[in-house]
Design a protein around this ligand. Structure first.
Ligand code: C5P
Length: 328
């Protein structure tokens, strides 16, 4: 029998988009109660985990692609450590030798697309697989939630209504077909706690309209919605993010960029998560790619302003159901 500990594990870690994000209350622990429809995207990081050399005493991580910040703070290392602690040591437990991780970052970082959380979920599941360790779904969920609020969603990575702090998941059928989505991420990293802090200062809780849109969409996606029907709802969805006013205060210029995108594309523009990624929806990938060309030209011509450290990342991708890509 092949030794499971010698098997390198390769996983896709998909990005997510919040089609809706209602903040429905503030909790005693400082976190916020959410009602949010999450969908996975085809855009994904790639994570590989292999046994470290026998002499290595610590897990290691090598990152290519987008700059993911300091390696010791990376959630991949935190997730491997959490997996090891959860499996525990002792008789009957599989050994959990050090792992060498490689991460290809294709998802913009600190952008509202959940890339770091998705990498963490992939690392948690991947480490358990590399060690041949079993963990029931309840303990897996708790381990994921201890790493970050968005991590539980990525354990399955299929469309879901996400509630509570992020740990209450109701799977949804999602969207039939592959609607295209254009992501425009200004080169300014946003810290999620900053956006929630400003949100608390200006409002304390959403006014309820976003929650109504979110409940309605969750119901519709529970039965499954066609790409055309989803695009027809883009105007409502673009306004269905309670964190948008706060993100606009945290990132000066985001409002101007959003307006310029709306003008250039003639479509409703939404924001994912706590931002700053802005999105527009299309019936197909080809149309999202054509829109990406228009935005690139407008950025080059200066009709879409540049924020932060350079031109925005412009990525055309699709919304998926997360089943067919083998990401779970
Ligand atoms: O859980 P995570 O570390 O990703 O959360 C980052 C920050 O975002 C938290 O410290 C908190 O300020 C805020 N947050 C929140 N309510 C949530 C999720 C995140 O207030 N449901």
């Amino acid at each position: 029998m092949p030794d499971a500990r010698l098997t390198p594990v390769i996983r896709l870690a998909p990005a997510k988009l919040n089609l809706t994000l209602a903040v429905v209350g503030r909790r005693e622990d400082g976190f916020h109660e959410l009602h949010s429809v999450f969908v996975p995207l085809t855009l994904a990081d790639r994570l590989s985990l292999a046994p470290a050399r026998a002499s290595a005493r610590e897990d290691s991580l090598h990152v290519t692609g987008f700059d993911a910040g300091p390696i010791p703070e990376n959630l991949v290392l935190r997730a491997i450590a959490t997996a090891r602690a959860t499996v525990g040591e002792g008789p009957g437990r599989p050994p959990t030798p050090s792992l060498a991780a490689r991460l290809e970052k294709r998802i913009p970082v600190a952008a509202g697309l959940g890339g770091g959380s998705s990498d963490a979920a992939a690392a948690l599941g991947g480490a358990l697989e590399a060690w041949g360790a079993e963990l029931d779904s309840e303990r897996r969920l708790r381990a994921a939630a201890s790493i970050g609020s968005d991590v539980p969603f990525f354990l399955r990575g299929t469309p879901a209504l996400v509630e509570g702090r992020g740990e209450r998941l109701t799977p949804l059928k999602g969207v039939h077909g592959h609607p295209g989505i254009l992501l425009v991420t200004p080169r300014v990293a946003i810290r999620t706690p900053d956006v929630f802090a400003v949100f608390d200062g200006i409002r304390g809780a959403g006014d309820g309209s976003v929650r109504m849109s979110s409940e309605h969409l969750a119901q519709e996606l529970g039965n499954g919605l066609s790409a055309t029907d989803l695009v027809a709802r883009a105007g409502v969805l673009a306004s269905a993010n309670d964190l948008l006013p706060a993100a606009i205060l945290v990132v000066p210029g985001l409002q101007g960029m959003k307006r310029a995108l709306t003008r250039t594309l003639g479509r409703a523009v939404g924001m994912s998560g706590s931002g700053p990624t802005l999105w527009t929806l299309y019936p197909s990938l080809a149309e999202a790619q054509a829109a990406a060309g228009l935005v690139e030209a407008a950025v080059a011509a200066g009709t879409i302003p540049t924020l932060g450290d350079g031109p925005p990342s412009i990525i055309a991708t699709t919304i998926t159901t997360g089943h067919e890509e083998g990401t779970s």
